[in-house]
Ligand binder design. Structure first.
Ligand code: BMA
Length: 319
C-alpha cells in the first residue's frame, strides 16, 4: 500500500455518531462545568461510562453513565459516583481521566485514574465489582504521571501497566511491571514522541488495550504544540501479544483528530481525547469514547476488521 492510500484509509476509518456530543454538562443531573474523558466498558448488556466531571470550582470527580445501545438514553448517577477525598494528600485537587479493565484474576474491575495530588498528577488504582463501592489501593508511582491502564491478566507472571511519566520535560509512554499491583519496577520505554510528526510533543495511552489474535491494539493520543495551542489526536499501535513491551507496528498518521465544532471549540479547543473503547464482535464494531474540547463526551465507531487491516498495513515499528 502506498503512503497516500494508507493516509486515506486512516482518515476514513472512524465515523462520528451523528448525535454527538452524547453527554454534555447541560443534561447533567447536577451542576457541572464540563464532562469529558470517560472510561468505557460493556457490563450487563449496557455500555458503562465512568465520566470525568469538572465541578464549578475546577476540580474533577468521576460519575457513572449507562446506556443500552452506547449512544442514547443515558442513565446518569444522580450524584457523583466517586468523589475525591480533598482532605487527603493523594486526592487533594480531584480525580481525572479514568481507564477501566476487567482483571481476570481478581474477578473485579481495575480503574486507573489520575489523582491530582499535592505533589502533582499521580496514577492511582481502585478496584470495584459494581461501580457503587470502590476499594482505593492508592498511588502507584510518584508524580508526574498520567494516562495509565493495566493489562487484564499477568504477563509472564507479573501485572503490567502502561503509563506516561514526564521526565526531563519529555512525555513518552512507559510500561512497568508488578508482582502484586502495589510494587512497580522493570520500567521500560514503550512509545516515544516523534520529531516533526503530529505526535511530536507528547504521547499517552488513550483507551484500555484491546486483545486481538495479532497483538494488543493500542490507541494512544499524540500532541503537537502550535502557535495557536496544542492539538490532541488519536493514533494506533500494535504490541506483541506475549511480550507487550515490543511494539510491532505504529501508524504514521493519526486516525481521529479535531474536525467538528464540538471538537474545535470548548474550554480547551482542538482536543480529541479518547479514554475508552468497547467492542461488538458480532457486528464487527468498535466504539471509541472521547472527550471533545475538554467539555463534552462524543463517540465514534469503526469496523474492527478495518482497524486491524490498517494497523497491519503500517510500517514495522523501529527498535
Ligand atoms: C491532558 C489531560 C486531559 C485533557 C488534555 C487536554 O494533559 O489533562 O485531561 O483533556 O490535557 O486539555
Amino acid at each position: 500500500m502506498t503512503d497516500l492510500a494508507r493516509q486515506k484509509k486512516a482518515n476514513e476509518l472512524f465515523e462520528r455518531y451523528e448525535g454527538n456530543p452524547i453527554l454534555t454538562p447541560q443534561i447533567w443531573p447536577y451542576a457541572a462545568n464540563a464532562v469529558m474523558n470517560p472510561a468505557a466498558i460493556r457490563l450487563d448488556g449496557e455500555t458503562l461510562l465512568l465520566v470525568r466531571v469538572e465541578d464549578m470550582r475546577g476540580f474533577s470527580h468521576l460519575t457513572v453513565a449507562r446506556s443500552k445501545n452506547g449512544f442514547t438514553d443515558w442513565q446518569i448517577d444522580k450524584e457523583p459516583t466517586m468523589l475525591a477525598d480533598h482532605s487527603s494528600q493523594e486526592e487533594r485537587w480531584g480525580l481525572e481521566d479514568p481507564r477501566i479493565i476487567w482483571l481476570e484474576e481478581q474477578k473485579q474491575y481495575a480503574i486507573t485514574y489520575t489523582s491530582f495530588s499535592e505533589g502533582g498528577p499521580l496514577v492511582s488504582l481502585a478496584i470495584t465489582k459494581n461501580f457503587r463501592t470502590f476499594a482505593r489501593l492508592g498511588g502507584l508511582l510518584p508524580p508526574e504521571d498520567k494516562d495509565a491502564c493495566l493489562f487484564p491478566r499477568r504477563i509472564n507472571g507479573r501485572f503490567a501497566m502502561i503509563h506516561r511519566p514526564i521526565v526531563r520535560g519529555e512525555a513518552h509512554m512507559w510500561m512497568s511491571f508488578s508482582p502484586d499491583l502495589k510494587h512497580w519496577g522493570d520500567h521500560r520505554l514503550l512509545i516515544m514522541t516523534r520529531h516533526a510528526y503530529w505526535d511530536c510533543h507528547r504521547v499517552g495511552l488513550a483507551c484500555q488495550p484491546v486483545e486481538t489474535e495479532h497483538g494488543w491494539l493500542l490507541f494512544y493520543h499524540g500532541v503537537r504544540s502550535t502557535t495557536a495551542g496544542a492539538i490532541y489526536r488519536m493514533g494506533l499501535a500494535l504490541l506483541d501479544l506475549h511480550d507487550p513491551w515490543k511494539v510491532l507496528r505504529r501508524g504514521d498518521e493519526w486516525i481521529l483528530g479535531p474536525r467538528e465544532m464540538y471538537e474545535r471549540v470548548g474550554d480547551v479547543g482542538g482536543v480529541v481525547f479518547p479514554t475508552g473503547v468497547t467492542t461488538d464482535m458480532d457486528k464487527d464494531l468498535l466504539h471509541i469514547y472521547y472527550g471533545a474540547a475538554d467539555c463534552t463526551v462524543a463517540v465514534a465507531t469503526a469496523k474492527f476488521s478495518e482497524v486491524i487491516d490498517y494497523i497491519l498495513s503500517c510500517p514495522e515499528a523501529m527498535g
